[in-house]
Ligand binder design. Structure first.
Ligand SMILES: Nc1nc2c(c(=O)[nH]1)N[C@H]1C(S)=C(S)[C@@H](COP(=O)(O)OP(=O)(O)OC[C@H]3O[C@@H](n4cnc5c(=O)[nH]c(N)nc54)[C@H](O)[C@@H]3O)O[C@H]1N2
Ligand SMILES: Nc1nc2c(c(=O)[nH]1)N[C@H]1C(S)=C(S)[C@@H](COP(=O)(O)OP(=O)(O)OC[C@H]3O[C@@H](n4cnc5c(=O)[nH]c(N)nc54)[C@H](O)[C@@H]3O)O[C@H]1N2
Ligand code: SF4
Ligand SMILES: [Mo]
Length: 903
């Protein structure tokens, strides 16, 4: 057995992991006690990473290149030469005929810095177009634009250690407890060490993060700027400003002052739907605390006013002098593991290497010189949403998509799917074969994944860590940077740039790529010329800037009050509150909010392989206030059709007190692989974007909700032992697109249980036969059968060695819940056998259902926790007995919430 140090490939906290393996297979993962981001801790997702690469998931991997030369035909397995020659031929032909802007690349914050660097150089340097954008456009581009506008460059000035030093933590539009759990563990620790520390949370939803707050501001969605401006108004009025700081280190205050005069707390209270007193208190704590740190994420970024939401918050820091000191500053939390690396490399359609700008001729010349090309193009390329619209219009003819799943994650999915169907050539480079986007691939290129890749990533606090390969690439998969280099040489040869391409893409290791990237940073604000792979090896992860000769990286920026703007001063940005177009109307009366679940990652290509990660939230669900359910005559658990101006999605509705009346919430994770209708939940979201950052408003949609009455109920499950559970999922997935409603998920822990819930049309014998075949219910000798043709009810069950192994109920599904429980537990069916096909909501022998699993490490359910509290057990006693919450701690906020719930 060996161990390899690497980083977690999920969120921007950037935790260090120790990968346990035998050189061929990864067998375990634990937190790296020496890594300065996490000091040994991991959350539920990080702690289950090894399960995403377990042998039984191999069938999901893209293992060899696949190609189809004719639309609609199935792809065939081919060699790398055939695949890349084909793509190079097509790209060259399109570029020759239509120019370089007729091709585009769409990449990812999940690339390593080295991957980004090569793709950026390929697009902007060799091909000569700026049509390279990434999913960071959906994620961090408002943060980038906000930092640049206010502070001069795109650099988060803070560090995680500021959490320990702060006296007031102001969290806005971030569900840190779910989305950056290890940061939240650090917040919990800091509060325990300093009980006087204040926590303010600004979020329309009562999240677990909000639940922990001293002051929770449940503002109406999209109204942050009104709140921040009113806080500034109060600071002005009360004399809480830091006049000396404003005078010495900022510019533009007078214009802002004039603007916020109007934003009285009373006015903001109305706009934001908040008590006036709470706005004043937030302003007081923010301005007068010895050190105020803000943390923010998609609640600010994913908005048509995302850039100004960022700047309006930074205004507060500048006005109160809460920046450039320990425990103070505006700290944008990065979403993806290496969105930061992409920003450093300049891998967006409007950026250039090392924080340079495309619009700046000097910057372009510097980069052209470094790359050894005559020039880099000046005209910005298309940002993500516009890029796909241009594909749909036929302006962009070939698109290369890598390490992102746009057919699930972009807004307005109908447009995205139409574009992918219309494109002349779609190349998809992914670790997995079954993504919603891969379904459109003419060429599928297998990429190595976590555990196989070597390179670097940068986390939220500007810290560069090494990612290391523990095991060799699976199948014929190759590293992203390698694929780009190989393709670049083939393309160069076809564009009469063979020699240039050889010179530009002769890299033989990620280190060689990184060294060139390092050179691009020389003399820039993010200078890392003092770092090397060897230094990262010897001294561990390091923060930038780290110029040659420096003894260490910079923990905190702007401590001297000098900002990287022409005047050296930070800029106040006068930010006017503008309401989102996605406000509820008579036709679309509810405000839909989207966001993340604790245990799932984006489109679930990896977390969706691990049954236990479904246990916290098992299926696509719309969270809605009980009053809104009642008003619509809906019951908890009903199936509803949600409609927005863009499209519709059908899913289960549940009552939730985390949203206010008039609002509802849907997790972002569910795509066409898990739901009916192909488009997933982003069928609902609008493509409207922030005018500066071009980040789309993925957080908000005005919707109507109505009960779905079509079809009749179907539910089918299989406890998969022996066979490949993903083959079962794959077979069932074929049935999803045309159903009125469907949810296809996993359940269970050690043994996966495939769960299909659906509505089907009246008589669909072919569909039922396909479901039965996938579930192993087509073998009459081993199947219990109940048919009532008169009432259109048909049921099947299979028991193997006294364990319920498959069941299908159609027409009547009352027993769905307890049957799922029985199957997940894998306990002997015993006397329950004769009730399996009965129309019973509860099993006759009273076996209680467990509800959702709160602690995934020790498999402790909500029912068990509530029962313990009900019986008078304290949280400490419960933890001593069940160990819940004592490992990764991801469930701690929820445990505390349940403990404080009135009995
Ligand atoms: N478990 C998990 N963790 C993740 C990810 C994941 O997929 N799963 N993804 C990673 C990535 S890429 C990202 S970008 C981050 C995202 O991390 P976060 O931004 O923290 O997560 P979200 O749940 O998308 O949104 C945060 C909160 O914004 C709130 N919100 C919505 N509208 C508004 C508004 O108008 N104003 C304010 N103030 N708040 C609003 C939502 O209610 C939500 O609670 O998470 C990262 N971490
Ligand atoms: N409604 C709504 N929509 C949202 C959001 C929201 O809050 N609400 N959030 C947005 C945000 S912030 C983000 S970041 C996006 C995320 O959206 P996506 O980027 O589309 O999500 P992922 O599922 O992470 O896609 C990553 C893909 O890369 C593959 N992959 C993993 N590792 C590698 C690798 O090393 N190489 C290659 N080539 N492939 C790899 C995975 O299998 C997967 O298919 O979603 C956005 N969409
Ligand atoms: S907080 Fe969780 S998902 Fe994020 S890097 Fe750490 S272990 Fe990975
Ligand atoms: Mo993100």
């Amino acid at each position: 057995m060996s161990e390899t140090k690497s980083t977690c490939c999920y969120c921007g906290v950037g935790c260090g992991v120790i990968v346990e393996h035998d050189g061929a297979q990864i067998t375990g993962v634990r937190g790296d006690p020496e890594h300065p981001a996490n000091f040994g801790r991991l959350c539920t997702k990080g702690a289950t990473l090894h399960l995403t690469v377990a042998p039984d998931t191999r069938s999901q991997r893209a293992l060899h290149p696949e190609l189809r030369t004719e639309r609609g035909a199935p792809r065939q397995r081919v060699g790398w030469d055939a695949a890349l020659d084909h793509v190079a031929e097509r790209f060259a032909a399109i570029i020759r005929e239509h120019g370089p802007d007729a091709v585009a690349f769409y990449g990812s914050g999940q690339w390593l810095t080295e991957d980004y660097y090569v793709f950026n150089k390929l697009t902007k340097g060799l091909i000569g177009t700026n049509n390279l954008d990434t999913n960071s456009r959906l994620c961090m581009s408002s943060a980038v634009a906000g930092y640049k506008l206010s502070l001069g460059v795109d650099a988060p000035p803070c560090s995680y250690t500021d959490i320990d030093a702060t006296a007031c933590l102001f969290i806005a539009g971030s569900n840190t407890a779910f989305a950056h759990p290890i940061v939240f563990r650090r917040i919990e620790a800091a509060r325990a060490a300093n009980p006087a520390m204040k926590l303010v949370v600004v979020d329309p939803r009562r999240t677990d993060t909000a639940e922990a707050a001293d002051l929770f501001l449940p503002l109406l969605p999209g109204t942050d700027i009104a709140l921040f401006n009113a806080m500034l108004h109060v600071m002005l009025w009360e004399g809480w400003l830091n006049r000396d700081y404003i005078e010495a280190h900022t510019e533009g205050f007078d214009a802002l002052k004039r603007l916020v005069r109007e934003y009285t707390p009373a006015m903001a209270a109305t706009i934001c739907g908040l008590p006036k007193r709470d706005i004043e208190l937030a302003a007081e704590w923010f301005a007068t605390s010895p050190a105020t740190l803000s943390m923010y994420c998609q609640g600010l970024n994913q908005s048509t006013s995302g850039t100004h939401k960022n700047s309006a918050l930074i205004n507060l820091h500048l006005a109160s002098g809460q920046i450039g000191r320990a425990g103070a500053g505006p700290f944008s939390l990065t979403g993806q593991p290496n969105a930061m690396g992409g920003r450093e490399v300049g891998a967006l359609s409007n950026l250039l290497s090392a924080h340079r700008d495309l619009g700046n001729a000097e910057h372009r010349a510097e980069v052209a010189a470094l790359w050894g090309v005559p020039e880099v193009p000046a005209v910005p390329g298309k940002p993500a949403v516009e890029l796909f619209e241009a594909i749909g219009r036929g302006e962009i003819k070939a698109v290369w998509i890598a390490a992102t799943n746009p057919a699930q994650s972009l807004p307005d999915q109908a447009v995205v799917h139409a574009a992918l169907a219309a494109a002349e050539l779609v190349v998809v480079q992914d670790t997995y074969r079954h993504t919603e986007t891969a379904a459109y691939a003419d060429v599928l290129l297998p990429a190595t994944g976590w555990g196989e890749k070597d390179g670097t990533v940068t986390n939220s606090e500007r810290r560069i860590s090494r990612t290391r390969a523990a095991v060799p690439p699976q199948g014929e998969s190759r590293h992203d940077w390698q694929i780009a280099c190989d393709f670049a040489r083939r393309l160069g040869a076809r564009l009469d740039k063979a020699e240039l391409a050889e010179r530009m893409f002769g890299f033989d290791s990620p280190e060689a790529v990184w060294n060139e990237h390092r050179e691009s940073t020389r003399g820039r604000d993010l200078d890392i010329t003092g770092l090397s792979y060897a230094k990262l090896e010897a001294d561990g992860p390091q923060q930038w800037p780290f110029p040659a000769g420096a003894a260490s990286g910079r923990v905190r920026l702007y401590e001297d009050g000098v900002f990287p703007t022409p005047s050296g001063k930070a800029r106040f940005v006068a930010t006017e509150y503008v309401a989102t177009a996605e406000r509820p109307s008579a036709r679309y009366p509810l405000h839909l909010i989207t966001g993340r679940l604790r245990d799932q990652w984006h489109s679930m290509t990896r977390t969706g392989l691990v049954p236990r990660l479904f246990n916290h939230e098992p299926e696509p669900q719309l969270h809605m206030h009980a009053e809104d359910l009642a008003r619509r005559d809906l019951a908890d658990g009903d199936i509803v059709r949600v409609r927005s101006r863009q499209g519709a999605a059908v899913l289960k509705v549940i009552a939730s007190d985390t949203v206010r009346p008039g609002q509802c919430f849907v997790p972002m994770h569910w795509g066409g692989n898990a739901m009916a209708g192909r488009l997933g939940i982003n069928a609902l979201t609008p493509s409207a974007a922030d005018p500066t950052s071009k980040q789309p408003e993925l957080k908000h949609a005005a919707v109507q909700v109505e009960k779905l009455t079509d079809g009749h109920a179907l539910m089918a499950m299989r406890r998969v032992t022996g066979d490949d559970p993903f083959a079962v999922l794959g077979a069932l997935r074929q049935q999803l697109p045309d159903l009125p409603y469907a949810s296809l998920t996993l359940a269970g822990r050690e043994v996966p249980v495939v769960v299909l819930k659906a509505r089907v049309g009246e008589a669909e014998p072919a569909l039922l036969a396909a479901v039965d075949a996938a579930m192993g219910l087509d073998d009459a000798a081993h199947t219990l059968v109940y048919d009532d043709t008169h009432r259109d009810i048909a049921k099947r069950a299979r028991v193997d060695q006294d364990v319920l192994s498959a069941v299908r109920l159609s027409g009547e599904t009352r027993a769905a819940e307890w049957l799922t429980e029985l199957m997940v537990r894998g306990e002997p069916a015993g006397p329950l056998r004769r009730w399996l096909l009965a129309p019973l909501t509860q099993p006759p022998a009273g076996q209680p259902t467990r509800g959702k699993v709160v602690c995934n490490c020790f498999d402790v359910s909500e029912e068990a926790i509530l029962a313990a509290f009900h019986a008078g057990e304290s949280l400490d006693q419960l933890q001593a007995r069940t160990k819940c919450g004592t490992n990764c701690g991801s469930c701690l906020p929820e445990l505390k919430r349940l403990a404080s719930r009135p009995a």
